[in-house]
Design a protein around this ligand. Structure first.
Ligand code: SF4
Length: 568
């Protein structure tokens, strides 16, 4: 499980090496932080020759532990200018692990007139570059259909649509989903699709291994025994039921009622039309045309938070519709029509753009008076502008912060150039601290603080809670999907899995050190890239405009934010 494949896109050479020993106990986000620190000049142009695109698996990949097969993608973000990791479900990480591959690194830049390429991992595990010119201009659905026709239905695909080709800074990498087979899983945040586009790699395809690699277990029995316990704990854990039965749309009602959910470009209001996009509405919509809930996005997931949404004729429309998409492309745009949100999700996956960045961008366009609030058709037309690559579309593809500045909008909910995800920082202040200080920019996966039971409006304790949450999130991103993480952190679970997989002594303190080290490396990378304490802040309107829902402003001391992660 330790092969690293390097592809030099300039001279088209592919080399292979063993994973360095000092990287052995880093996976996913942590491994990306290590490689970026060692190999990428933090001052490089994110779309230039010095940046790398790194794709890798987590520390448990290749084992039979549930949710062990997230695909982490990283590089210097074209959106934030800092280090970035985004991870995705789907089939790719499992397929990569079955080939005994830990990481794929794309390096350098092709010459301007060089053709587009596909990186193919063949069934025998050998990597090769093949011409891709016939696929240029395709969006993700058509591209994956053609790739599967040619390379077989079991081939896993990591692809970019036109957005990645055109170097949109909101562009994603899309990954084929395990249950539905379509490119619906996204490494969405930070514009990493544009790095792949800059290297003129249209797709990475992984054929099913003809001689699957098995994990070199240190103590397989211990892993099996612990796995059994973990599965039981997870299935019986009341805190996991909403994930298993509904998925993240279960959050809509609670986040909407508390003022956490962004409404009309982070106005801080409560969405008075919440019932039209509620969890129940989502669940009813899933039933249409034989749609389904509780589906796994990757092989072996027992949490199964995904769902398949069909049209009334039973044709597939989209899957993996998340709370963040409903919040940002719905309430944040004053859109209360689930059908429109579903269409937006489909178009964003097809084009290959982040639904969070897109929802915030549309909200900003509404705030600027470019289209009316709540106008579904106008919102969809903005995405079509991006798809067609019109002048306006190409501006929209640069992300919310750039669009807000271009249109002279005062309220721009972005940190370090990246749009905020589905939490209003005035009403859940710990998440605001995470947004302000995370090296990832304003990300919902960087450290949510609800788990600590603090009053979300109180000032005290939020910085500490955020730091703990950020360490924990950085740690989980080395291992597994975030939704089951709480069950892994029991003292007799993850330490025993690590003992059984790798040998040695493990406890949760030692495991959390991996998260801490990951964060430290990321903070150091960003400092070297030019970020200062001044960048650890929220847009001023969160301090000056009270949320009408609660009367609260974001009032965490600026000095506390400036140095929050310095003491790690
Ligand atoms: S919990 Fe959801 S997102 Fe995570 S691996 Fe399972 S299906 Fe995918």
């Amino acid at each position: 499980m330790s092969r690293v494949i390097r592809v030099n896109v300039k001279n088209k050479e592919i080399s292979q090496e063993q994973l360095r020993e000092e990287y052995r106990f880093f996976g996913g986000r942590g491994l990306i932080a290590k490689i970026m620190t060692d190999e990428v000049d933090p001052s490089c142009d994110p779309l230039g020759a010095g940046n790398k695109l790194i794709l890798c698996t987590g520390l448990l990949a290749g084992s039979n532990i549930p949710t062990a097969h997230r695909l982490s993608v990283g590089g210097k973000s074209p959106l934030t200018g800092g280090i970035k990791e985004a991870n995705s479900g789907g089939t790719a990480a499992y397929a990569i692990a079955r080939h005994g591959i830990k990481a794929i690194i794309l390096e350098d830049l092709p010459a301007e007139n060089d053709p587009w390429q596909i990186l193919r991992i063949k069934a025998d595990g050998k990597p090769e570059l093949i011409p891709a010119d016939q696929y240029v201009g395709l969006n993700n659905y058509a591209l994956v259909e053609k790739l599967k026709e040619r390379f077989g239905n079991k081939t896993s695909c990591i692809t970019i649509g036109r957005a990645g080709e055109w170097l949109y800074r909101n562009s994603s990498l899309q990954v084929t989903d395990f249950s539905v087979g379509y490119p619906t899983r996204s490494a969405a945040r930070g514009g990493l699709g544009a790095i792949m586009g800059s290297k003129k790699i249209k797709a990475i395809i992984i054929e099913e291994s003809s001689s699957p690699h098995s994990f070199p277990y240190h103590d397989k029995e211990l892993v099996q025994e612990t796995r059994k316990k973990l599965v039981q704990n997870t299935l019986n854990n009341p805190a996991r039921q909403w994930v298993m039965t509904v998925g993240t749309p279960a959050l809509v009602d609670r986040m909407g009622a508390t003022g956490f959910m962004p409404v009309r470009n982070f106005s801080g209001e409560i969405f008075e039309k919440l019932e039209n996009i509620s969890t129940q509405v989502y669940l009813k919509r899933v039933e249409v045309g034989g749609g389904k809930n509780s589906l796994p996005c990757q092989p072996g997931c027992i949490l199964r938070c995904s769902g398949r949404i069909n049209d009334s004729e039973g044709n597939f429309v989209t899957s993996g519709l998340e709370y963040e998409t409903i919040a940002l492309c719905g309430a944040n745009c004053d859109i209360d029509d689930m059908e429109t949100i579903i269409q937006i999700d489909r178009l964003c996956d097809d084009l290959g753009v982040d639904t969070i960045e897109t929802g915030v961008t549309i909200g900003i366009c509404m705030e600027a008076g470019k289209i009316p609030w709540g106008d579904s058709e106008a919102a969809l037309s903005l995405i079509r502008e991006m798809m067609e690559g019109t002048e306006l579309g190409r501006l929209l593809g640069q992300g919310a912060a750039k669009v807000g500045a271009a249109f002279g909008v005062k309220r721009i909910p972005a940190v370090k150039g990246q749009a905020m995800s589905g939490y209003d920082s005035r009403n859940i202040k710990g998440v605001g601290v995470t947004y302000a200080t995370s090296p990832m920019g304003a990300d919902h996966t960087a450290g949510l603080t609800m788990q600590f039971g603090l009053d979300p409006l109180q000032k005290e304790g939020q910085v500490d809670a955020s730091i703990k949450a950020q360490i924990s999130s950085a740690c989980q991103d080395n291992f597994v999907c975030m939704f089951g993480w709480g069950d892994f952190t029991q003292p007799d679970i993850l330490p025993n899995i690590m003992k059984g997989l790798y040998g040695g002594d493990w406890d949760m303190d030692k495991i959390m050190e991996i998260g801490k080290e990951t964060l430290k490396l990321e903070v150091a990378f960003n400092k070297a890239a030019g970020f200062t304490e001044e960048d650890n802040k929220l847009p001023e309107f969160f301090r000056t405009m009270p949320s009408p829902a609660t009367g609260s402003v974001f009032d965490i001391d600026k000095e506390d934010l400036a140095m929050a992660l310095d003491a790690l």
